[in-house]
Design a protein around this ligand. Structure first.
Ligand code: SF4
Ligand code: SF4
Length: 323
């Protein structure tokens, strides 16, 4: 049995909601079939008051072995480095994090906030929020760049706002069944199995992207073009499997006509854009996208785009109704 302790820092509980919505396996399956010993979770834990405090203390001091420490939300360091903006069980949450992370065999950050600070860590960052081992794209975060868990692993980041239920449960199952060593991580400590490909992989609009044909409206509507050219879709610059592992087993943002906002990347949310320009492709000289798909440069992209537009077949320019 693998013991799991799940704490929340500066969080909206979105990743807990996602976790509770998992279906294959669901939370009960994790406990019954996969041997998860869920010691405590903010929404599921039965212990209260001094009972809970004793449990946390036992884990923090090593009296009770802790296999997996899951953290959701930012580590709050304010005001002035005291962490007193986020008190939990009579102590700053950041002190619990320091001690529990030091005892745990494996530490997992769930969601953007725990991975790299997310929305709360945006400037001016009044709460002093940061991620467990990254602050935005910069290594370090709360635990520092050299942190390693008892098993010798860095913090495993499962970003997203929120993370998809399957990304959470499948990583937890792999860890709980002793397969931590099989999880290859990218340079941002994200499991490659989920985050090596782009959101664009599997998008049903990708043929319109190829011929540089834009949609003219949000939603599924009648125009099936791509959301990159006018609506700011970040699918070609974002690492996520949202069009491979569908949400609710049915769809994704881009399939439903909503641009990808890049929520699995450390820079999310991209609100440094000018007011009123969210969901609007930022352009240079009014026509060239400011950011081109990852792996391309502006010149190559423009040459390719011009050729693709000339070669665009009639079907790519027609309104079509898709269900
Ligand atoms: S809608 Fe977004 S993800 Fe889909 S093809 Fe266009 S740019 Fe790529
Ligand atoms: S489509 Fe983009 S914004 Fe939406 S969940 Fe996936 S990565 Fe996040």
């Amino acid at each position: 049995m693998a013991s799991v302790l799940w704490f929340q820092g500066g969080a909206c509980s979105g990743n807990t909601m996602s976790f509770l919505n998992a279906e294959e396996p669901n939370v009960v399956d994790l406990i019954v079939d996969f041997g998860l010993d869920l010691l405590w979770h903010p929404s599921l834990g039965m212990e209260l008051g001094s009972q809970a405090q004793t449990l946390f203390n036992d884990c923090a001091t090593g009296k009770r072995p802790l296999d997996i420490f899951v953290f959701e939300g930012t580590v709050i360091e304010g005001p002035d480095g005291t962490g007193r903006f986020d008190m939990f069980a009579d102590r700053p949450m950041k002190d619990w994090v320091t001690e529990l992370a030091a005892q745990a065999q494996i530490v997992v950050a769930i969601g953007d906030c725990a991975s790299w600070g997310g929305i709360p860590a945006m400037e001016p960052n009044p709460s002093g929020s940061t991620g467990l081992q990254f602050h935005k794209r910069e290594r370090g975060g709360f635990l520092g760049p050299d942190f390693r868990s008892q098993m010798g692993l860095p913090v495993i980041n499962i970003p997203g706002c929120p993370a998809h239920p399957d990304w959470i449960t499948q990583v937890i199952v792999a860890l709980a069944t002793g397969r931590a060593g099989d999880i290859a991580l990218d340079e941002l400590h994200r499991p490659e199995t989920f985050f090596k490909t782009f959101t664009q992989t599997g998008c049903t609009r990708v043929q319109f992207f190829e011929y540089k044909q834009t949609t003219t409206s949000f939603g599924e509507g009648t125009r099936t073009g791509c959301l990159f050219y006018e609506f700011g879709c970040r699918g070609p610059m974002t690492h996520s499997p949202c069009n491979r592992i569908l949400w609710n087993r049915q769809s994704s943002k881009t399939r439903a006509g909503q641009p990808c906002m890049g929520c699995t990347e450390p820079e999310y949310p991209f609100f440094d854009l000018a007011p009123g320009t969210v969901f609007k492709t930022q352009k240079v000289s009014g026509m060239i996208p400011k950011e081109v798909p990852e792996g391309s440069d502006h010149l190559t992209y423009m040459a390719h785009a011009a050729a693709a537009r000339i070669a665009a077949p009639q079907w790519s320019k027609e309104d079509m109704f898709v269900v």
